[in-house]
Design a protein around this ligand. Structure first.
Ligand SMILES: NC(=O)c1ccc[n+]([C@@H]2O[C@H](COP(=O)([O-])OP(=O)(O)OC[C@H]3O[C@@H](n4cnc5c(N)ncnc54)[C@H](OP(=O)(O)O)[C@@H]3O)[C@@H](O)[C@H]2O)c1
Length: 250
């Protein structure tokens, strides 16, 4: 099946930006029920490792289907952006669930998994199709700057997630993470994820790169605020200078 980006673009962009607005509005009132904010009443759960695989595989598969829909790219910028996506989602789909140290019995709500699958198919597919059908041919300053920012965000996201995993080596509950960007914010994994996709959007100069960066902010900023509040009310000795997601600001 061959999809024409020009036909899909207006609806796709509107849906993703609309989803971002709905997400930020809903998450302002209700923390997404997983991890430390999990609670009963949201339907059945899926074991966390399987949930991550099910949620993230569609993003990888839909992106690859779109990106390679015209065969192997000849444009070096397309290769670089394709690798960013493939490495990020290859890691998130296969390696992250294997490395994860879930709390005993912890699950992810099936409802959240299904919502993520729908979003990821659309978002991955549109970003892949853009690279195949509409990416500019030249490698310019925006490409170098954006890809550097994306690489920095990716590396920093890996480090922040690894710090949390290390805490679970000693204890199956929650502790105060220390070191690295945790000196300044409670959720550096989210901050880094946001930096990564902003870098991708700058390099791709694509409406779908930007709509994804906007959605990531809409999803992760309210969650960081909720988690920061949770840390402060759970640990009386929580560092007072630490912010939720933006050092010194929020
Ligand atoms: N692009 C997007 O929109 C998007 C959306 C969601 C997630 N992500 C990315 O996916 C990754 C995971 O997200 P997440 O929301 O699951 O992150 P998270 O809430 O920080 O949790 C990550 C892992 O660390 C554990 N953990 C968290 N805080 C801990 C603490 N203080 N002590 C010990 N263990 C702790 C969690 O256990 P519990 O599960 O038991 O809490 C979970 O296993 C992140 O890198 C994030 O950036 C991206």
């Amino acid at each position: 099946m061959n999809f024409d980006l020009a036909q899909l673009a207006p609806a796709g962009f509107t849906i993703i930006v609309g989803a971002a607005w709905c997400t930020v509005f809903v998450l302002y009132f209700v923390a997404a029920p997983y991890g430390r904010h999990d609670r009963p009443g949201w339907g059945p759960g899926v074991p966390q490792r399987i949930a991550w695989l099910l949620m993230e595989l569609p993003s990888l598969a839909a992106f690859l289907a779109g990106w390679l829909s015209n065969g192997l790219p000849k444009n070096p910028l397309s290769w670089a952006l394709g690798l960013v996506w493939t490495i990020h989602y290859g890691h998130r789909t296969f390696l992250y669930p294997l490395l994860l140290r879930p709390r005993p019995g912890a699950t992810m709500k099936l409802l959240l998994v299904l919502m993520a699958v729908v979003f990821n198919v659309m978002n991955g597919g549109l970003n892949g199709l853009f690279l195949a059908q509409a990416l500019r041919p030249e490698w310019d300053l925006a490409a170098t700057v954006g890809l550097s920012i994306a690489a920095l965000g990716f590396a920093s996201n890996l480090k922040a997630d690894a710090t949390l995993r290390a805490l679970r080596r000693e204890n199956t509950g929650y502790q105060i993470p220390q070191g690295g960007l945790y000196r300044w914010v409670s959720c550096p994994n989210y901050l880094s994820e946001l930096v990564e996709w902003t870098g991708f959007a700058i390099a791709a100069a694509s409406p779908f790169g930007w709509s994804f960066a906007i959605f990531t902010a809409a999803n992760l900023v309210p969650r960081a605020v909720a988690s920061h509040h949770w840390y402060r009310t759970t640990f009386l000795d929580y560092p007072t200078e630490r912010r939720a997601i933006i050092p010194y600001v929020l």
